[in-house]
Design a protein around this ligand. Sequence first.
Ligand code: NAD
Length: 495
Amino acid sequence: MTKLVNLPESPIECNNLIAGEWVGPVKGERVGVVSPWSGKDIGSVPMSDAEDVDRAVQGAKAAFEDWRRTPIRERTQVLFKFRQLVLDNIEELSHLAAAECGKTVAEARAGVLKGVEIIEFASSLQNMDDGAHLEVSRGVTCETRREPLGVVAGITPFNFPAMVPMWMYPTALTTGNAFILKPSEKVPLTADLSGKLILEAGFPKGIFSIVHGGRESVEALCDHPDIQAVGFVGSTPIAKAVYSRATANGKRALGLGGAKNHFIVLPDADPDVTVDGVVRSFTGCAGQRCMAASLMIAVGDVDHLIEKIVEHTKTLKLGVDMGAIIESSAHERLRNDLDQATKEGAKLLLDGRGAKAPDAEFEGGYWLNPSILDQATFDMECANRELFGPILSIVHVKTLDEALALQSKSPYGNAYSVFTTRGATARYVAENAEAGMVGINIGVPVPREPFSFGGAKASKFGSHDMTGWGGVDLWTKLKKVTTKWALQPDATWMS
Ligand code: NAD
């Protein structure tokens, strides 16, 4: 039998990648990295401070000048090599990502492949860049040049150790920036393996750096005067704090935050598409993703669909269909959330507590089966707070407008889905949903390249998006050049 996941045989010591060299933190502080699968230490990570950040910035600044003058076609050649190395090493990357963040290996592999799509999009920019050139007056031309910003930074969460960093750095690097990654301290191993592949691909030293750590390193990145832009993905309070701090320091910033994604189910919904879409969405990555649809708004009588959702959910196997919860405190919190919901009056149709590890090797891990709470009301915690676990809450309403009104009350606006077979209903929802990303008969409506990823309301701080063309705009600036070479006899105001 193939193993569910390969945990590292001995703990891996992660290091910062500064000016192309792997180095420990200046002050030597480290914390352990625990696998959610086993509850055991699988590595250690530096907790860097402002001095480590400054060293990374100096290395990046030194490399940037040559890199920005390197034509995009040459920069892209290195990215091609990186793409091939990612594919050649996809099994190791997927097992490592799964081992440190708890998801299944299949889910981790899907994340890497989504990252590869972004590498491919970034590689295509050499042919698609939309620089414009126009004669605006007699003998006078205007052109736009898309230029890199300089040294930029990306701060990422635990739940997609390979993919979320790849939302940022392929586009930032191809467009000529020097990029500093600050991965989640819970998942540093995949970041270091990605860094090794980046060096092997031939990116110049200092063009891609890694600074590990927590709050101190993030604040130092937001404060450093030589960092031009900060991309952040994580929970809403930290997204807001990072966005505010970086922009107060004059930087460009985009902070993607948390979510509580609603989806509407109507009586006319296709049963197979709905049941599959709903169960995959709330149980995928054990509910630990910002696109998880965790609040079902049942419009009218959809009990036949709820029964099928419960039955299908019961068939899922831990370790194969669903992974573990990131850490023991989150595991405990989710168990308490179920207690709280039942105290508030929700009806537990499926109780995920009492789950067993998929294998003796994983008995110390943080396992929870999926849970379903029916008869929730919108004022209950389970219906309005991001629980970030495999818990589906169901609220019943009578009309579509009541369903949409609930989303309007939610502070979040990441994703919103509707399950229906009526085109007019789908269109009405797409027009009225207050979310950045809408799914029609799709539970996880992640836009694929070249479309951009980004929510609304408290799920996003800043005006750009993260991937696709939004990412190109985020990591570049447009310079406008107006040129005249010849003196014109019939001069206009510009000549
Ligand atoms: P988190 O906010 O705890 O951590 C994200 C990053 O911020 C990490 O690198 C962490 O080291 C850093 N950080 C933590 N506390 C900090 C502080 N006080 N000051 C400065 N930096 C700090 O998020 P997480 O638990 O790693 O990830 C889960 C959250 O991320 C969920 O809320 C989820 O919805 C969200 N998320 C959002 C998206 C999106 O695209 N909107 C994608 C993935 C995850």
